[in-house]
Design a protein around this ligand. Structure first.
Ligand SMILES: Cc1ncc(COP(=O)(O)O)c(C=O)c1O
Length: 392
């Protein structure tokens, strides 16, 4: 009997699962997966407990709990001046489900969707399951910019949508307004939908501003904005996300969502409403705290001998390891394995974010997570600094 469906036959286990397992096996300090090792803010935890105790334990409305949808709409206006009604908000099981439901609800088999490479690892498998073809446009180091001509050439009569992840995982790129304007112009010219993944919208460094593509001229009616609670409130395990957009966009996504999960954990949606209404001071403190951690980890990686790329947002630092590793280490997967086994620190090999023929683009790189307690970063620092001392 052939058990496995063709649809999933080519999918391996995710690199995150593999690295986590190897890290556990070797007792490594884990700067791999983008999950904080500190907890969500107390008022948010208490709101969830309160909701569980207030009989909010049955199915939520399929589109989401009204108070959560109101809070998401208010948050969009507070931070971006994006005016949407709560009816234009759909609550999903994290940004991950929002993206899958968006691809299923907005595109047909044989349609094409444009993605920027390195590309977050769930988008292309989502497309494959939907029978949709990915078209790749590269982001180029050191600033991870794209070539506007290459982007323009990726649009074809079959293009249904383009996905933009900003701030970007794994590079830390925050798309500049000028870049988003180029994307918007192409979407308008080719009548294409934009789907944005903005899960790191509040993790920003230096003076970086996050621009929401949906707020650019002409884009409100053709942009689906996806985000989630996980990164902004250090609650990645809650898997509460949302999609915002014009009524027909959201209704199309919900046609898929209603038959994937139907609805999402009710008490956590109630807590999401509390979280999103936290005062500006919460968001400012989060930003300052991440700035401090990013600066510290950048300094530490440089001291250990890495050449670093400076992220403008998000949870990660990309670093070139070629001055650090012994000669037998030939690529990023070997480097990640060597670092876990010999040094006791886990990172993610970023070739996981490239298709097979482009994996060489990331062969000299490693991705380190910033979202860790100071003690964890300190423990990693001790091990990595010893590496420099030993190689001298
Ligand atoms: C770019 C990006 N999108 C989506 C997700 C997942 O979001 P959620 O946990 O809300 O599904 C992540 C998590 O690492 C991510 O980096």
């Amino acid at each position: 009997m052939r058990i496995r469906a063709q649809r999933v036959a080519a999918f391996g286990t995710t690199i995150f699962a593999e690295i986590n397992q190897l890290a556990r096996q070797h007792g490594a300090v884990n700067l791999g997966q983008g999950a904080p090792d500190f907890d969500a803010p107390l008022p948010v935890l208490e709101a969830a407990i309160q909701a569980v105790r207030s009989q909010l334990n049955q199915y939520a409305p399929n589109i989401g709990l009204p108070q959560a949808r109101e809070a998401i709409a208010e948050h969009a206006e507070r931070f971006y001046g994006q005016r949407v009604s709560p009816e234009q908000v759909l609550i999903t099981a994290g940004a991950t489900e929002a993206m899958f439901a968006a691809i299923l609800g907005l595109s047909d088999p044989e349609d094409e969707i444009i993605v920027f490479q390195p590309v977050y690892d769930s988008y292309v498998p989502n497309m494959r399951m939907a029978g949709v073809r990915p078209r790749y446009v590269n982001l180029y180091a050191p600033d991870w910019s794209f070539d506007p001509d290459e982007l323009a050439a990726a649009f074809t009569p079959r293009t249904k949508a383009i996905i933009i992840n900003t701030p970007h995982n794994p590079t830390g790129k925050c798309y500049l307004r000028r870049e988003l304007e180029i994307i918007a112009e192409l979407c308008l010219r080719h009548d294409v939908i934009a789907i944005t993944d903005e899960v790191y919208e509040h993790i920003l460094y230096d003076q970086t501003q996050h621009t929401r593509l949906a707020t650019l001229d002409g884009m409100a009616e053709r942009t689906l904005t996806i985000s989630s609670l996980g990164k902004t409130f250090s609650a990645t395990g809650w898997k509460v996300g949302w999609a915002i957009g014009a009524p027909e966009l959201v209704e199309s996504v919900n046609r898929a969502h209603q038959f994937i999960t139907y609805s999402v954990a009710t008490p956590l949606q109630a807590a999401a409403a509390t979280a999103l209404k936290l005062p500006d001071a919460y968001f400012e403190a989060l930003r300052a705290e991440f700035q401090r951690k990013r600066d510290w980890l950048l300094g530490m990686l440089r001291k250990a001998g890495f050449r670093t790329f400076v992220p403008q947002g998000g949870y990660f630092i990309m670093a070139d390891w070629r001055d650090v590793a012994p000669a037998h280490v030939q690529n990023d997967v070997q480097f990640a394995e060597w670092l876990i086994r010999e040094v006791g620190v886990a990172c993610i090999p970023p070739s996981a974010f490239y298709r097979a023929e482009d994996k060489h683009c990331a062969a000299h790189l490693a991705r380190f997570a910033i979202c860790k307690r100071d003690e964890t970063l300190q423990a990693a620092a001790e091990r990595l600094t010893a590496l420099r001392t030993n190689s001298n």
